[in-house]
Write a protein that binds this ligand. Structure first.
Ligand code: C5P
Length: 241
């Protein structure tokens, strides 16, 4: 196995099959474009397990993903795709950078799901894109952008449904997509408490309800416990499905 790429939370390896790659989920955690670094115990395994469960759930709803199978507690085999350098963020409730940039209050229920596109480029700090900037940079065609939006909104509906049945509110999340050898757009990367904001519906306290990486970003403590809770609720829910 050859290391192809090491990111902040995952390492990508080649395998004997040129069409198949192996993703290793690390315990390393970073925030604010890697200005804050740490580790979260068992994070690699938990995020791997959660991603597999959510991708399989989405596959069952007809969303195509890059997932082939889980090959170890913290490893998955995935189809080789060309990653589209756009981070697609979907928001249901105002939080994070949306509040900072617009002055909306954290917790404000958005009148419709907001789909946003960010340029996946660490050196630039992943800036927010406009539709025209996206076309100028040739990051996607008009047709592909339409597909990304449709996919993002469907994924939001399916995930909201699943999380709600686990007493979790899906505040916002980030998706990445890739293009396979046939030119199809597949959901790629991961969906985990590292890439979502998740609020516990059984807690009204704005700090205690946080079940995602904001616990690490904001030094709220109990990060591992929160991730474990998310994993347990999702796996229990899917096991009884
Ligand atoms: O920081 P911001 O409020 O824009 O993040 C929106 C959502 O996207 C959050 O759930 C965050 O965890 C996720 N995100 C991510 N990776 C990034 C930027 C945001 O997973 N590089």
């Amino acid at each position: 196995m050859k290391k192809l790429y090491e990111g902040k939370a995952k390492i990508l390896y080649s395998t004997e099959d040129t069409e198949v790659l192996l993703t290793h989920f690390k315990d390393d955690a970073t925030a604010f474009n890697a200005q804050k670094r740490g580790t979260i115990g068992q994070k690699g395994k938990m995020n791997c397990q959660i991603t597999v469960a959510l991708f399989q759930w989405l596959e069952s709803k007809g969303i195509q993903t890059h997932l082939i199978e889980q090959s170890a507690d913290d490893k998955i085999l995935v189809k080789r795709v060309k990653i589209i350098p756009i981070e697609v963020v979907v928001r249901n409730i105002a939080a994070g950078s949306l509040c900072r940039q617009t002055g909306l209050e954290e917790g404000y229920q958005l009148p419709f799901p907001l789909v946003e596109y960010y340029f996946k480029k660490d050196e630039l700090g992943d800036p927010l894109l406009t539709r025209d900037r996206l076309f100028v940079l040739e990051l996607a065609t008009e047709e592909q952008l339409k597909q990304l939006q449709t996919l993002a909104l469907s994924i939001n509906q399916y995930l909201q449904e699943l999380f709600a049945s686990c007493q979790i509110t899906l505040v916002d999340f980030k998706l990445e997509f890739g293009i396979d050898t046939q030119g199809q757009i597949l959901l790629a990367d991961e969906i985990s408490p590292d890439t979502c904001r998740l609020w516990d519906q059984n807690e009204s306290d704005p700090q205690r309800r946080v079940m995602d990486k904001d616990r690490f970003r904001r030094d709220l403590g109990q990060v591992e416990t929160a991730y474990q809770q998310v994993q347990k609720r999702i796996l229990d829910r899917l096991a009884s499905h």
